[in-house]
Design a protein around this ligand. Structure first.
Ligand code: FAD
Ligand code: DLZ
Ligand code: SF4
Length: 507
């Protein structure tokens, strides 16, 4: 008997496990655009447009390949609004033996699908998502017996296991990690290469109109819209990165320039996370460039560490910690998310620029997310749930499996150190070193407290002082309290006053 094969919005991969044994003559592929997925957090409008267009293109490609595809559009009058309701309707309409799906990326979706089995007796097969290098079982085995989970050790094991940039088990170039070479700031004459842009076709135009019409209250600009929405174009975007930016990716990985959202990054996370690109081909493309002598080891190693290290480690942590990870709040942070995370209306130039990029492009690069937007939320004690809902909704690459550990674990240390060895907290000095934001900011980065001082400066010390009992014992941060204790009482009081005034204003 025939099977119904569900393809979710982030499973747009022709080699996905659910399609592997598909019988084109009898099985049906099922895809649906639904209100619940677009609205359970109010996703950025560009993100919804991107995903709906990519889903429609993928469905068309499957049809062209001879698959029978049932595709429910958002605007279909019969659309039931949720994946489960749509499946129930389709299963009732057709004569299917079972529902097949590749393991969803989010715990919430997995639970909802499991209910189809328990509550409605639908026979359901969930297949491994083999688009990742490391399965969740393999990650659990790696975790076993370890007191601390550190990405660097996971990453080295992955390098060895898959023989990536290794020779006889040792790292090519002699070092596993070239991060210390990756902290440069580009001179003014170093121009950012143009990032790949793609024209819209009729499918995308229809979706852009739909999103403008149905999601007027969602955050973010829909246009300009120039994302790739097909695998062929996503591959062009990958090639564009390898050809034009990989060479300097390492050098400027941590740099931020005002009005320069894309810098030398890859801009492929949206394509990787929805399945248009496979991580294996991204790693292979970078290694090939190294072997052809077109990119240096610090760049290629830095890039592959993000893919086989951070990305896989983050996913492992997500499935290890769910459910419950979303509720962790180590610092007991309760402050509401300030409105300027939506409007960008703040005199802090660094935050303003990062929000501007987020709003216009549904993108900000890693250091902007971590050391500006995340750092500010950490220092000011914003409630982790509000922060993670914001990050989940505003970025085109955000799905809970990747967003949550980055926010809860990396940016906010709300898991108390499961993922990171210390909070990524910093004052204005770090932002000043890695950006040109401070040059045209209302605040003075050199001033530590009082009128006109950079808020990151006093908030940093105030955060440490406030959370002393929780952080003093941390071997990577404990010594900072010696510096704090050496400050004069007057200086400490000035920090406390500036922070109290700022936080009062924030509330
Ligand atoms: P590049 O800097 O060029 O890196 C190449 C690739 O490495 C990325 O495409 C991505 O797939 C992978 N990568 C790099 N860092 C990470 C990481 N920490 N976790 C997972 N993958 C990584 N990434 C997401 O894909 N989705 C998210 O929702 C997301 N939320 C984040 C929230 C916070 C608070 C922070 C600090 C980071 C978050 N990241 C997220 C990680 C990272 O910021 C983005 O992957 C990156 O900015 C995407 O841009 P890029 O493709 O140009 O990446
Ligand atoms: C993010 C998203 C959006 C906006 N819309 C849909 C949709 O209409 N249909 C769908 O199948 N998936 C969508 N997604 C992705 C899901 O929310 C969810 O994140 C993944 O399917 C599980 O990782
Ligand atoms: Fe940001 Fe402070 Fe620099 Fe202004 S001075 S841009 S607030 S770090």
């Amino acid at each position: 008997m025939a099977n119904l094969i569900l393809i979710l919005g982030d499973q747009l991969s022709p080699t996905i496990s659910s399609l592997a044994d598909c019988d084109k003559s009898s099985d049906s592929i099922f895809m649906c655009e639904v209100s619940e997925e677009a609205r359970y957090v109010k996703h950025h409008r560009k993100k919804i447009a991107f995903l709906f267009s990519a889903m429609r293109h993928f469905a068309k490609e499957l049809e062209d390949e001879g698959y029978r595809v049932v595709y429910r559009k958002f605007e279909d009058s019969e659309n039931k609004g949720s994946i489960e309701a749509e499946i129930r309707r389709q299963m009732a309409d057709g004569n299917y033996e079972k529902l097949l799906v590749t393991h969803p990326g989010e715990y919430r979706v997995l639970e909802n699908l499991s209910k189809l089995k328990s509550d409605y007796g639908i026979s359901l097969d969930i297949l491994e998502d083999d688009r990742f290098f490391c399965s969740t079982d393999e990650f659990s085995r790696w975790v076993k017996g370890r007191k601390q989970l550190r990405m660097e050790y996971f990453y080295r094991d992955m390098r060895r296991r898959f023989s990536i940039l290794t020779e006889g088990g040792a790292p090519i170039g002699g070092s596993w990690n070239y991060d210390s070479e990756n902290r440069k700031f580009p001179d003014d004459d170093v121009k950012t290469p143009q990032t790949a842009k793609f024209d819209t076709d009729k499918i995308t135009e229809d979706v852009l109109k739909l999103v403008a019409d149905k999601f007027p209250d969602h955050f973010g600009e829909i246009e300009p819209f120039d994302f790739a929405v097909t695998r062929a174009d996503a591959l062009k975007a990958l090639n564009d990165f390898v050809r034009c930016r990989l060479e300097t990716f390492g050098d400027y990985q941590d740099a931020m320039r005002e009005g320069d959202p894309w810098m030398f990054h890859a801009h492929i996370s949206f394509y990787l996370n929805c399945g248009l690109l496979n991580p294996r081909e991204c790693v292979a493309a970078a290694v090939d460039a190294y072997e052809r002598g077109e990119a240096p080891i610090n760049a290629v190693e830095g890039f592959i560490r993000q893919i086989i290290g951070w990305r896989e480690f983050i996913r492992g942590i997500y499935w290890m910690m769910m459910p419950g990870y979303e509720a962790l709040n180590f610092f007991d942070s309760k402050r509401a998310l300030p409105d300027f995370y939506w409007s960008g209306d703040t005199m802090m130039n660094c935050i303003k620029d990062c929000i501007h990029s987020t709003k216009n492009y549904a993108y900000a690069h890693h250091i902007q997310r971590l050391m500006v937007l995340g750092n500010f939320a950490l220092l000011t004690g914003i409630n982790p749930k509000e922060v993670s809902d914001w990050f989940l909704s505003v970025y085109a690459d955000a799905y809970e499996w990747v967003e949550l550990p980055n926010v809860i674990g990396m940016a906010l240390f709300a898991d108390g150190g499961k993922l990171a060895s210390k909070p990524y907290a910093s004052g204005g000095n770090y932002i000043n070193k890695m950006s040109n934001y401070c040059k045209s900011c209302h605040y003075k980065v050199s001033k530590k407290s009082g009128e006109g001082a950079c808020p990151f400066n006093y908030l940093y010390w105030d955060f440490l002082a406030r959370n002393r009992t929780k952080l003093e014992g941390n071997p990577r941060i404990g010594m900072l309290y010696k510096t704090y204790d050496r400050m004069s009482e007057e200086k400490k009081a000035a920090i406390a006053k500036s922070s109290a005034d700022f936080l009062k204003e924030l509330d």
